[in-house]
Structure formats: structure tokens, C-alpha cells
Ligand binder design. Sequence first.
Ligand code: ADP
Ligand code: MG
Length: 591
Amino acid sequence: MSAPSLEKALLGIAGVGLLTAPLLVAPFTVTLLNYMGIGALVALGLVLLTGFAGLTSFGQAALMGIGAYATAWLTARMGASPWLGLLFALGLTALVAAFLGAVTLRLGGHFLPLSTIAWGIAIYFLFGNIPGLGYHDGIQQIPPLTLAGLSLASNSAIYYLIWGTLAAAMWLVANLLDSREGRAIRSLRGGAAMIASLGVDLFRIRLAIFVLAAVLAGLSGWLYAHMNRYISPSPFEVRPSIDYLLMAMVGGPASIYGAVVGAAIVTLLKNFFQGLLPHLSSNAGQLEIVAFSILLILILQHARGGVMGTLRRWVSSRWSAACPQASKKGLPRRPLPALGTPLLRVDGAVRRFGGLIAVNNVSFEVKAGEIVALIGPNGAGKSTMFNLITGVLSPSAGKFTFLGKDMTSWPQRKIATAGIARTFQHVKLRPGMTLLDNVLLGTYPRTQAGFARGAMRLDRAEEAQATVEALRQLDRVGLGDKALDQAGSLPLGSQRMLEVARALAADPVLLVLDEPAAGLRHGEKEALAHQLRQLKSEGVTILIVEHDMDFVMGLVDRIIVMDFGAKLMEGLPADVRASPIVQEAYLGGVT
Ligand code: ADP
Ligand code: MG
């Protein structure tokens, strides 16, 4: 049995169980299941936000409260339909989240989670202090939902709406994670440099996930308000926010099923503690916090992947996934400029780091179809030069031109989309993702499917083309048979080739490689050189930074030598090798 069919079988069993549950269990258990479903919706948002994007929020309950209060006010106070309440709840939550996200998402490190506590508390206080919202008594007599003439007033009736909504939300999120934007979301953790170099707009993606998680919380709040028919501020303070975070962590922060598993575990535990703790102490509420804090610490220390993470490791060690079947058609290729066209021009580039001048007035040109090497001893400024070309750093002075266009002030994204793809001196892959997914990331700048298309699976044709493309590039670098292995399992040499495949998947006009031969064995170096010659013959222009002079000698058309940030000389490989000043700069580096 393969892993996907095991998943289908388990889902089928869970589905039948959930469909029949209200008929089989006591009313109290149905209520508990309803709370689980409502909690799982919020936790699902946190799986995206915290599990995948690494953004911890202690404010999800407050966002849920916005959804709940919005619909409560509109329906109980203004007499509107709960379905209008739904639109209002989702719209208002999205709006508030977009504002909060725009203001806070650029904060780094611990400031972002801290800011979520701040606005979480602020929103909670607003609920208790806005006159129209009933102060701390809240809003009573919220009307029940009706669907197609059917009243959903009873707990077992709204149960189906809650779990149906949750199933739909999980389907959408699962699709999203399996799409172009989803791959970018999954690789948000582990450093920004790599995914920014692929043309991903990090801020836009983080904001979109933040709003999406908030909308899921708002949706949950809407369900909560019409199930409970009464709301007050207390379920929307920071403490329940921590419960939701705990749900995501316990279940498995990197799994959509984790949201449900975690919600079930935390809801049952809460229920258990609420029954048990009053017997132990009169301060039961405080004891519950202590018990949950201990649980959180244990998870963080022993099971970062949560229940689902542990389960998945167990399953994947026994069952293998099936390789995706792709159609034969790849992505459309961009026209390459005619050989000899000036491709990249660097005029008087300068980059200072404080008092240090890492790149000092360097000028050179690369023409279409050439392989040019930038060589020089360690610390000469080669990587800095590359970071200037690819937009990672902005120059202190100088002008950069690409295909006749001034790209000096272009953001990284625009440079990537224009056709400059790169690899890194220190390999930047996502070790927990498959080789195929890592290379698919490279297709980001030449594909279009956005969040909505991905979530609704309307991106399948493009995805199939991208998959053909990625498999083709993997084959090209000799890793085709390992497409579904995890990137982290590869030896360094293969990881470097995987990075080259990812860069090639972008269909670059100019490929910039930062020390691609570093750490490779002799045989691997020859394979790499063969690969680069092959690319050149296909019309791809390559700029390669190398420390190893021998590697570039037989490979490149022209060499630019840098030393102490400045250009030392430029010429044919043989001239450079014979040059006394270069020999002196390398002093013993040439063998
Ligand atoms: P190379 O790639 O040729 O070995 P680099 O471009 O990495 O050289 O570094 C050139 C010089 O700039 C070195 O002295 C290095 O310490 C310095 N440098 C590089 N990046 C930074 C940075 N972000 N901040 C400060 N100094 C830097
Ligand atoms: Mg370097």
C-alpha cells in the first residue's frame, strides 16, 4: 500500500466516523466535537502561519473575536441575516488583519510575536469597552443559523456545518500548500536569501498567509457566535490564543491534519483538567495554565513535529510515495538573445561595508553565449559583486545594465523575473523538501498561479508543465532517479547540482554560479564542467565565481581577476595564468 492510498483509507474511516458521530454519541460529546471543529479551524490558520511561515501569533483568539462580534452585532443588534453576518465577519477580520500585518510583519525576530500579544490584548479590551458591544456582559440572543429552510439551532445540526466547513477549509489549504505559492510558503523557514532570489515577494506572501489565517479565525468566530448564541470578551483573550497555538504544536505544526488532531487532544485535555483540577485546588484556572505550559515545553523539547510529524516519519519509513505522472509538455521557454549581444554591463561598481570597501570601482561586461569567470583570492569581493548583480545588496555607487535596461535599482524579484538565476556559495536548499519540490521552486518566476487558483486546484495544467520542467532539469544534472528523496539526504556534490537544477528551472538568460566547484570531488567537478559546456552550447550565458583556477582554465572564455575589491586584470585564460601580477595575488594558490 502506498502512502497516499493509506491516507485516503484513513480519511475515509475518519469521514464515516464523523458523519455518524452525532447519531451515536451523547449530546455533551457532540458539543465537545463542535468545540474541537471550531478550534481546529483556528489551529489550521496557525499551521499555515506558524508551522509553515514561522510567524508565531498569540492573537488568533482576538481575530476570532472580531468575526464573532461582527456577526453578533449585525444579527442580534441590527437584525440582519447571519449569512450577511458571515460576509461582515470575514470582511472585517480580513481588513483588520491586513492592517495589522502591513504594520507589523516587517518586524524581525521576537518583535513580531510580541506585537501579536500587544494587539491581541488591545482588541480584547476593545470588545469589553465599546458601548455597542455590551461591555463585559457581551451580546445575547444571537439568532441561530438556518440553511435552506433548515434550522441549525441544535448542536447536532450545526455540527455538520462546523465539520463541513472545516473539511472544506482543509481541502483548500492542502491544495494551496501543493501549489506554486504553497511551495514558496513551505520554504519560508530556513532563510530569506534563497526564495527572494527566485523572485518571491516575501512580504506579500507573509501578508497573504497572515490574512488567510485571520479569515479562518474569523470564520471560526462566526460559527462560535451562532452555535453559542451568546458571546462575551473572555473567549477572545490571549489565554485561549495560547490554546490554539498549542493545538497546532501538539498536532503537528507542519501538517493540516495536525490542526484537527491537536484540537482534539487539547479540547479533551481541557475537558479532563476542568473535571479533575477543582478537586486538587480551588485555583483550577491557574493550574490548567501550569499543566498546559508543561505540555508545551515537553513538545518543544521532544516532539517538535507534533503527533502528525511523528506519525509521518513512521509512515514514510514504510511506504513510498508515487512519482507524479506529468504530461510531456514543459513550460514555454523565453527567447534567448543572439550570441554576442551585450547582456550584463557593470560600470564602476562600488560597495562599502562601513569602512571596508568590498568592491572598489569594478567594471566589466558579459556577452550572450559566453562563460565568464570572476576569480580572486578569498575576500577579494567576488561574492559581494554577485550579490550586487542579483540585487541582494544595493551598490554604494555604479551602474548595472541588463539587456540594455538600467537595473541598478531593481529589486531582487524583478532581476529574477528578468532572467538572472543564481546559486549560492553556501548551498541553500530546503533539506526537508523533496528534490522535485526544490527544483519546482525554481520555476516560480516563470509560472503565474496565485493563491486562489492554487487553493481551488485550477492550477493543475501549469503545475503539470512545471513538473515536466523540474524533472527534466533533475535528469539533466543526473538526479532524475532521486526526485522524491529529501534534499537533505544528498551528499554535498549532489546538493550543488540540485542548486544548479533549481537555477536552470527558471529558464535563465544569465546563470550566475558562486563557487559551484567548492567541496566537489574530482569526478564531480568534471561532470559539472561538462554540464556547463552543454549549457553554453544551448545559448545560456554563465558568470561563474571561482576560487579554483584550474577548474575555470579549460572551461571559460574570459577571466576577470579581482583582488582586494578591485579588478586586477581581465583576459583570456592563458594570459591570466601567465600574468605575474595574478600569480602574486594568488601566491601559492596556483598549483
Ligand atoms: P569573496 O567572495 O571574494 O571571498 P566577499 O565578497 O565574500 O569575498 O567579501 C569581500 C570582503 O567584504 C571581505 O573582507 C568580507 O569580510 C567583506 N564582507 C562581505 N560581506 C560583508 C557584510 N555583509 N558585512 C561586512 N563585510 C562584508
Ligand atoms: Mg565568496
